[in-house]
Design a protein around this ligand. Structure first.
Ligand SMILES: [Zn+2]
Length: 475
């Protein structure tokens, strides 16, 4: 714990962690939490914040975002400046971005591109998952050295044939290496051959609009991808994490694997909890705003996902934030849904919607909100207890949330650089009032007051005893 630094005292708030709720003051000093107690006397020169009638959460963590994203022939709209600002305004203080090299690109060079995009440009803390999109004689050494630098998780795509997708040999080798290194493999689970064949048939039948996207990758295609990953995980002993699980069929396959001992974390997205496939059927190509993969599902899946969050079957709620403009980029697929850049931006909205539609409407309780939007991601990806907790010595990443306020979501007022919001006009209970990142104020009364460049790269530890880290566990 630092012994110097400015003090900030948050007074009288209702603190919520992943396991309990209690009224207390929190004293921050420098970058850390120095004290938590019912009545803390303000040290000299201390800034005091009145948090009566407010909820105080640990900073939220989004374990799955895309910011620098060259994909489907275009480049996503956000920069680290706009994205980290959007994240903070939505209460997210740490993001983990997917590094997505094109097939055949050198992983070390790709990581450098992604890191240099974030370096000195982020207002919040960040880390990376390393995408594995090729395999040759140099790959194992390159990935091992990337893990040593603190990028202690991989990402593989079972979908996107010919672009980011990998075959079964690479899948097997990646999982086997991850098992030896003690790192998690995050995976996009869909059967790519089925998608390619179904898409071809739909287009041939004249179904070219965004509403056909769902039928090109129905729930069974995702469930099949999950089964496939689970089989490979079982035979390699690797720890896996299913990103953006969208539906009951896929959940059932993941839970069946977990029941037989496969180590698997499960992530869903805020989009799947409140939007559905009818959104992608909106007329005049507006449905393209809602095209992502796996697709938005039949509404009946929403209750299944909320229940799974409540029971602890689903571990995390992320965004898969992927900001492509409607006016120009989504239009690339105007005559062919397979050319619509996939993705829904939701970085700024995740916590607001999870609170407004989840907690305020009784689907989940406050501790579950903290667990699925912060603590579990920190635990899964080696950031706990520094992140995802309100505890002595933890980073002073804190969110003061006003449960009595309301927010209305709109592209006119959001900070993301994308020209639409999939949640346009949605009015939700609650509002993010103040945010700190390592003791520095980033949001005050709902306005961004942070500093671009304050955010730091978080090096994460791997679990292999045989592989030493090149630096400390935190960079
Ligand atoms: Zn993604």
């Amino acid at each position: 714990m630092p012994t110097t630094g400015h003090h900030t005292l948050i007074r009288g708030g209702e603190i919520v962690t992943d396991t309990r709720q209690f009224r207390a003051d929190i004293l921050m000093r420098g970058e850390s939490i120095e004290a938590i107690a019912p009545q803390i006397a303000a040290p000299t020169g201390c800034t005091t914040i009145d948090a009566r009638d407010m909820l105080v959460f640990p900073g939220f963590i989004d374990p799955h975002v895309h910011i620098h994203l060259p994909f489907m022939g275009t480049l996503a709209k956000d920069t680290w400046e706009t994205a980290s600002k959007a994240a903070l305004l939505g209460g997210t203080t740490t993001m983990i971005e997917m590094v997505c090299p094109a097939s055949g690109d050198d992983p070390t060079a790709a990581l450098e591109v992604w890191m240099s995009n974030a370096r000195d440009r982020s207002a919040c803390d960040y880390s990376f998952h390393m995408g594995v999109t090729r395999w040759d004689d140099t790959t194992e050494a390159a990935l091992t050295s990337i893990v040593r630098r603190g990028v202690a998780s991989f990402k593989v795509f079972l979908a996107y044939k010919g672009a980011l997708g990998i075959g079964d040999e690479i899948l097997y080798r990646t999982l086997a290496l991850a098992s030896r290194l003690g790192v998690v493999v995050t995976a996009h689970c869909e059967n790519e051959t089925l998608i390619a064949e179904l898409s071809r048939e739909l287009l041939a039948a004249g179904r070219t609009g965004p509403e056909a996207h769902h039928d090109s990758r129905p729930p069974r295609v995702e469930a099949s991808g999950v089964d496939h990953l689970m089989t490979f995980a079982e035979l390699t002993g690797a720890e896996t994490y299913i990103v953006h699980l969208s539906c009951a069929e896929a959940l059932e396959r993941a839970l069946a694997a977990r029941a037989r001992g496969v180590r698997v974390g499960i992530e869903t997205l805020i989009q799947y909890l409140v939007l559905d496939k009818e959104d992608a059927e909106r007329p005049n190509f507006e449905g393209a705003k809602f095209v992502m993969s796996p697709p938005l599902r039949d509404r009946s899946n929403q209750a299944v996902l909320w229940n799974a969050l409540r029971r602890g079957d689903i571990d995390t709620v992320a965004t898969d934030h992927a900001p492509f403009d409607f006016a120009t980029q989504k239009r690339l697929g105007e005559h062919d849904f397979t050319k619509i850049p996939n993705g829904i931006p939701s970085l700024e909205e995740r916590v607001k919607v999870l609170y407004g539609r989840g907690v305020a409407e009784g689907a989940i309780d406050l501790c579950t909100l903290v667990r699925v939007a912060s603590t579990n991601a920190a635990k899964q990806f080696g950031l706990h207890p520094r992140k995802g907790s309100i505890a002595l010595g933890a980073d002073a990443d804190l969110v003061i949330f006003d449960p009595r306020a309301r927010s209305t979501i709109s592209a006119r007022t959001h900070a993301s650089a994308v020209d639409y919001s999939a949640f346009e006009g949605m009015s939700v209970a609650g509002a993010v009032r103040d945010v700190w990142v390592r003791g520095a104020r980033a949001v005050e009364d709902g306005r961004f007051v942070g500093r671009v460049g304050h955010g730091r790269f978080l090096a994460r530890p791997h679990r292999s005893a045989s592989l030493s880290m090149s630096g400390g566990t935190h960079g």
